[in-house]
Design a protein around this ligand. Structure first.
Ligand code: SF4
Length: 699
């Protein structure tokens, strides 16, 4: 039997963006392997994606268009033809658009990170329609915008160079679970004598394998960075020449940091002053010293300011002078993505639709129309950002949301404060269309479910936010059943809406060819599966940050000088609330899930077994809770049911609710977002999932 192999790329929301080789025999995928020639990921895939074929050929895959026949959320559907589904959807959208196209809202995120199957044809469709714009904030916008405010873009070290670092501070990242290939380089550095320090409220698999674990309270990372700065100043572990030549605004931050002796930082962080001093000594006296920052720590009210403070550290010590020194949060800003060519915002013409923040979809689906359409998002939940003071809550929302088109996302499971999200999606007057692979919690609430292709069945190109290689994904097999790529679904909808601009006729290859504005030769990319960007080894050894001045912006336009911003929900900000709900909850991903993807892959779910809440022995004993007990995690927003696991992975005062389970596969139809809230971060308008007070009770 003949077989062949194609180059693919992992589409999931993970910094590694692995290169994959897919072997196909007689039209069926028989093997999925990492590409050993791809330098940053060198042939290793994580357990989750090694089972990608199982996911694609899953018996519960949606293979035909489905139309709802029961009440919203009940999951009762009948099979219909594409013609019937698309004709009816287009008719409904036309009807709404006649009144106000802003009543139609796209909802998408990183179900695929592909530039073609993500926001290309979809972006064109919604721009032409004049639909509401979506502020895609649910994961990384606090840290991303904070990094860009500081360095000028989302840029950082090459991941490969961590192997040569002498000190690696892994800050807010469970790398073994969510950044596997970075971990390989960190281990190489460790074998060569480097010290590894992990900063994380949870004693993760990664923390266990580092030399030191600093288990700070959630949302106190900015205070720790200020305490470290204090020690860098008083011990003169500063690179004055680098600060002078390549930063702006240091004197004001220096003054602020001097107010943060280790004792003060330690008291806020819930750690010892010795730990602050030791971290500062290690960081100030070791070269090259590298920080691997990840997005976990920015899911709190002050997440943006904390990222800014941490990103400034390598500029103070001159760590950027070495290729194995500096910081990496995201490398996506190195890629010149031709966003306008992909998404065609010019199709809006002179219209300026409002923006809906995906992180407040629970509230927004429950809003009535209010005067004015507005040009920006409602202001609810905005908070002071460092020196900046925000405007109070805004007055207008515009038209009530009448239609929601969901693709590459599962908001009913992943959006914060799910009791409100579920109520919104259950609205019988809401027209909901979901492009999906499976009947997720969100698909259960759809009027139409449209079967979408997986990465094995469509073409795409990818950037990475963890390395500096552009990636190609060749379709390995024909679409299963009646599935269609997202691009094709939006093309066919566009035709029914009467959109005849030539860009709606572009095929996927034509779209992929324009995705990168420079540095990537399409044919070379396709032939090899990946292309490395032409970048310097030590990108900021001589300054040259992509800011207007070329300097690191310690004092940034719009944001001022960063400061520690305490959590919304902590004893300092809300003492009465902290008395009623004394435990801080974070909700990091379970090891075998990726956000809410893979929860329905039985072999992976069997490893996780059930939704779990990790508790410290003292907190469990105080509540009469033993390992294995069914518990309710409660606050004023709702109640999440799961199984307690008494474990030293949780520090005293913090519980770890591992996510993100599909509600219908969880305990009592709940998941961890029953208790999270919709207040937004200081920078980037993101949700503050890990800024959440709860109590835990035995059921
Ligand atoms: S999820 Fe991450 S580690 Fe796993 S295959 Fe995809 S890119 Fe690689």
């Amino acid at each position: 039997m003949s077989s062949h192999t194609v180059h693919a790329a992992c589409p999931h929301d993970c910094p590694d963006t692995c290169a994959i080789r897919v072997t196909v025999q007689d039209g069926r995928v028989i093997r999925i392997q990492g590409d050993p020639d791809h330098p940053p990921t060198h042939g290793a895939l994580c357990t989750k994606v090694s089972r990608y074929a199982e996911r694609s050929y899953h018996p519960e895959r949606v293979l035909h268009p489905l139309k709802r026949v029961g009440p919203k959320g009940a999951g009762h559907f009948v099979r219909v033809s594409w013609e019937e589904a698309l004709d009816d959807i287009a008719a409904r959208l036309k009807d709404i658009a006649r009144r106000d196209p802003q009543a139609i809202v796209p909802y998408s995120y990183a179900g695929t990170m592909g530039l073609v199957q993500g926001e290309s044809m979809a972006g064109r469709f919604f721009h032409k329609l004049g639909a509401s714009r979506l502020d895609r904030t649910i994961c990384s916008s606090a840290g991303g915008e904070a990094l860009a405010a500081t360095y000028g873009a989302k840029v950082g070290m090459h991941v490969e160079h961590y192997a040569e670092s002498r000190l690696i501070v892994i800050w807010g990242s469970n790398s073994i679970t969510s950044n596997l290939h970075f971990w390989t380089y960190a281990q190489a550095a460790k074998r060569a004598g480097a010290k590894l320090v992990c900063i994380d409220p949870r004693k993760t698999e990664t923390a266990e394998k580092c030399h030191q674990h600093i288990a700070l309270m959630p949302g106190t990372d900015g205070a720790l960075a200020l305490g470290v700065m204090h020690e860098l100043i008083v011990n003169d572990w500063l690179d004055h020449d680098y600060i002078e030549r390549h930063t702006e605004g240091w004197p004001r931050l220096r003054e602020r940091a001097l107010q943060w002796p280790p004792e003060r930082a330690a008291a806020v962080c819930g750690i010892s002053a010795v730990e602050v001093r030791q971290l500062a000594r290690d960081y100030g006296t070791t070269a090259p010293a590298a920080i691997r920052l990840n997005y976990g720590m920015q899911r709190v009210r002050g997440g943006g300011n904390a990222v800014r403070l941490i990103a400034i550290l390598p500029c103070l010590t001159g760590a950027w002078r070495h290729r194995a020194g500096g910081l990496l949060l995201s490398s996506s800003g190195w890629f010149a993505v031709a966003k306008a060519a992909l998404q065609r915002p010019d199709l809006l013409g002179s219209r300026h639709p409002r923006t809906i923040n995906m992180s407040t979809i629970g509230d927004d689906l429950l809003r009535e129309s209010s005067a004015g359409s507005g040009d920006g998002p409602p202001q609810a939940g905005r908070v002071p950002s460092g020196d900046r003071r925000e405007a109070p809550e805004g007055p207008h929302f515009g038209p009530k949301i009448e239609a929601l088109i969901v693709y590459n996302s599962n908001p009913v499971a992943v959006a914060p404060e799910s009791p409100k999200v579920v109520r919104g999606f259950a609205r019988e007057d809401l027209c909901t269309v979901v492009l999906e692979h499976f009947m997720t919690d969100t698909a259960d609430h759809a009027d139409y479910v449209l079967p979408a292709t997986t990465q094995l069945e469509h073409l795409d190109v990818h950037l990475s936010y963890g390395h500096t290689h552009a990636m190609f994904n060749e379709p390995a097999i024909a679409p299963l059943g009646e599935c269609k790529p997202n691009t094709q679904i939006f093309r066919e909808l566009a035709a029914r809406m009467g959109f005849d601009d030539p860009c709606f006729a572009d095929d996927d290859e034509a779209i992929a060819r324009v995705a990168f504005a420079k540095d990537v030769d399409f044919d070379a990319l396709r032939a090899r599966g990946w292309v490395r960007l032409p970048l310097r080894d030590a990108p900021f050894a001589d300054g040259g940050f992509p800011t207007p001045s070329g300097r690191c912006q310690i004092d940034a336009p719009d944001f001022g000088v960063p400061d520690h911003v305490p959590n919304y929900e902590c004893a300092a900000s809300a003492p009465a609330l902290a008395e009623r709900y004394p435990l801080a909850m974070i909700s990091p991903p379970a090891r075998n899930f990726l956000n809410s993807s893979f929860v329905n892959v039985k072999s992976l779910r069997d490893i996780e077994r059930e939704p779990v809440l990790e508790m410290h022995a003292d907190d469990a004993a105080a509540r009469g809770i033993a390992s294995g007990a069914l518990v309710r995690v409660v606050n004023d927003r709702g109640e999440y049911r799961c199984t307690a696991q008494v474990s030293d992975r949780a520090r005293p005062g913090v519980v770890n609710g591992l996510g993100v389970w599909w509600r219908k596969l969880g305990t009592a139809g709940t998941n961890v977002n029953e208790v999270t809230h919709q207040q937004l971060t200081d920078i980037g308008r993101a949700p503050s999932f890990y800024d959440c007070l709860v109590d835990v009770q035995r059921v």
